[in-house]
Design a protein. Structure first.
Lengths: 281, 273
């Protein structure tokens, strides 16, 4: 499969819940293999409802969703689970086992991975998510931040082609957020497609290469984070704000808005160099 | 005398050997807005509201004095007249069907005379901008509205001190904005606020003091500019991005000694570059 293949094709997707609430309203979206997509919007905008269509947890009431060439209406969730990993917003929704190590192995076993691979993947997930000190204790004795990382580890150990995370940074301190960012970037560099729902604009700006803004069940902005963040007015209507560093760079008139502190630092150094050079001449 | 005084406070939970707090001493003045970071921060808040040593089992030593009351020798009912608590998830603090019901519930617990309740409720709902919601059902509210309702129910108890443990963690950006707006207003009204919160951009301009714990020990207490300077290499704490940028460029560009905390301060400083 080449890197430009559409791996998730969303066509005119609508979803109306049984109680009549219309959560999604005509979403068109093509996600390509190897993309790192950030999804932003207020609670209730339809973000979670949308991504639950990508692993078949929800079926369209209008339009269709095609994942790896298969219409999700014709696919079983268990089959989709082999390709699409999903970390729920509330980590407690996916805790099944009586200790941390077993919990992480649960998903890989479920999709029929072989024993050696499971062992390797579980150890790796424990390592990268900093769960080494708690492998033998009951998941419910972990802190909320640890439970969140456990939920991520469980999905990570399945090494899904498409890795979806819904607000994975709740209760994490900065060090853990940086750790998670590295994990996601490494996965992405290895070719996995990442879909990240987050309110953390700094995390999004630093990691995603494409961002979509969802409002009222529709995708209202779609592009590289730097482009999306230029739409200050649209964002404000959605009560979203670009990271502080991006806003600073816009105020300072950067030609390309900064998404990270490092980018802004480089640009400012360049400016000061050229000013000095100007003075010298 | 300070409004809150901690003197050699240590605590470990029952059945564990690890000290969560160890020999922590500092004080908070009336009207201060204090942010707490590091390992042991939530346990520290539990000590301020009397949940430790009264409710959470463990080994407590040292003294916490709140408005002159030693929390160990005073009943939790007395302490809760002085200290209101707002938790991460407003769902855990809303028990009744309506906003009004929840605000009254807190006052009933403190045996506020019924004739005083109406005025206190009107006042509290006004402060959190929820006056129009008083007869609304809690479950119909957005996350930010629920958290504001929870704050109103604590305000109606008229405690001098508010203790808040990540009040915006479950909220979206709009809800977070709403709650911080309320916090700014409470600070202006002179409430003493002790908060655990991750959002440096909102926190830094409000805070008078920042407190850092490391493995239960007190590492640093300082006003924000000094605080960030002293821990500029610490990866555990999130800084406002303009502050982070300042420390990266300070030496290379000779930026002067005033650490910027807000976007406005950042724009002013860096536009001169």
């Amino acid at each position: 499969m080449s890197n430009n293949d559409v791996i998730i094709d969303v066509q005119q997707l609508g979803h109306t819940y049984p109680n009549g609430a219309k959560a999604l309203n005509g979403i068109d979206l093509q996600i390509r293999t190897g993309e790192f997509l950030g999804v932003i919007g207020q609670n209730g905008a339809g973000k979670t409802t949308m991504v639950k269509h990508f692993n078949g947890l929800l079926k369209p009431t209008e339009g269709r969703v095609v994942v790896k060439g298969v219409d999700t209406r014709n696919a079983q969730v268990s089959n989709l689970a082999r390709h699409v990993g999903y970390v729920f917003q509330n980590p407690d929704h996916q805790i099944f086992a009586s200790n941390v190590r077993e919990e992480i192995a649960f998903g890989p076993k479920n999709i029929g991975m072989d024993k050696a691979t499971i062992e390797r993947n579980v150890e790796e997930a424990i390592e990268v998510l900093d769960l080494g000190g708690v492998t033998d204790i009951h998941p419910f004795r972990l802190s909320r931040g640890q439970r969140q990382r456990l939920a991520i580890a469980g999905v990570l150990a399945m090494k899904p082609e498409i890795f979806m995370l819904d607000e994975p940074t709740g209760g994490q301190d900065r060090e853990q957020v940086l750790r998670l960012r590295k994990v996601l970037q490494a996965l992405n560099e290895a070719g996995h497609t990442i879909i990240l729902i987050t309110h953390d604009m700094e995390l999004l700006a630093e990691s995603a290469r494409r961002a979509i803004v969802v409002r009222g069940g529709k995708v209202i902005l779609d592009g590289p984070p730097t482009e999306v963040f230029k739409h200050t007015e649209e964002l404000r209507k959605t009560f979203l704000t670009a990271p502080q560093i991006t806003r600073l760079s816009l105020e300072l008139g950067f030609s390309m808005p900064a998404t990270t502190v490092e980018e802004a630092a480089q640009e400012l150094l360049k400016r000061s160099e050229s000013r000095k050079a100007g003075v010298g001449a | 005398m300070s409004l809150i005084e901690l003197e050699n406070v240590s605590f470990r939970y029952s059945g564990t050997s690890r000290m969560i707090l160890e020999d922590v001493s500092f004080s908070i003045e009336e009207g201060e807005f204090v942010a707490v970071f590091g390992e042991g921060k939530s346990t520290l808040l539990m000590c301020l509201c009397g949940a430790i040593p009264h409710l959470l089992p463990g080994k407590f030593s040292g003294h916490v004095r709140v408005d002159g009351m030693d929390t160990e020798t005073h009943k939790i009912a007395e302490i809760s007249r002085k200290v209101g608590v707002v938790l991460q998830d407003p769902e855990n603090q809303l028990f009744n069907l309506t906003v009004e019901g929840d605000v009254v519930f807190g006052m009933e617990n403190l045996q506020v005379p019924p004739e005083d309740m109406e005025a206190r409720m009107v006042d509290a709902l006004q402060t959190v901008r929820m006056s129009d919601f008083r007869r609304r059902m809690s479950h119909e509210l957005s996350g930010g509205q629920k958290q504001r309702a929870a704050i109103a129910s604590v305000l109606a108890m008229e405690s001098k001190i508010l203790v808040m443990d990540e009040p915006t963690r479950e909220l979206d950006p709009m809800g977070t904005e709403e709650v911080f707006e309320v916090l700014g207003r409470l600070k202006q009204q002179g409430k003493t606020i002790v908060i655990v919160e991750n959002d440096p951009e909102h926190l830094a301009p409000l805070a008078d003091k920042m407190v850092l714990l490391r493995d239960g020990h007190l590492e640093l207490v300082a006003e924000p500019r000094e605080f960030y300077r002293r821990i500029k290499d610490d990866k555990r704490i999130r800084f406002p991005q303009v502050t982070q940028l300042y420390f990266q460029l300070e030496e290379k560009m000779g930026l002067g000694s005033k650490v910027p905390l807000t976007l406005e301060e950042g724009v002013e400083l860096f536009s001169r570059v």
